[in-house]
Design a protein around this ligand. Sequence first.
Ligand SMILES: [Zn+2]
Length: 152
Amino acid sequence: MQKDDFSKSYVVEGKLALPYTYFAGRLGSTFLTTIRDQQKIMGVRCNQCSKVFVPPRQTCERCLSDIRENWVTLENTGEVINFTVVREHDKHLPRKTPYILGMIRLDGADTPMVHIIEGVNPESVSEGMRVKAVFAAESEGTILEIDHFIIS
Ligand SMILES: [Zn+2]
């Protein structure tokens, strides 16, 4: 058999279940538990650039200041700045397809967060639409503590 001759290779297909856990990080933990326990969405502010990041981050992307302690509470409302329609089904997706996944800039934030948008047909969603967070009735322990954003 030549070095690159794979024609006689026999391939066995299979699937692995791969449960996992990971540390959400110090800021990520505060971000998620504040949503879960207080239904408040928090970001961090760079006082040098006057820029508010959500989800929170430790360092300003512009000036590299350490901003991890500069928590600010954001509004539960915001604007759709971009979106896509998820049409390909996969059992791991959080919704039955088709559904809308949007980039949402919360009021008071300068960066967008990605989340599910409901209350509008995928054919009718557009940039600039106003949305409001709908919190989950039961804890998910993930960003799905915000169940979705609804067109307001
Ligand atoms: Zn900065």
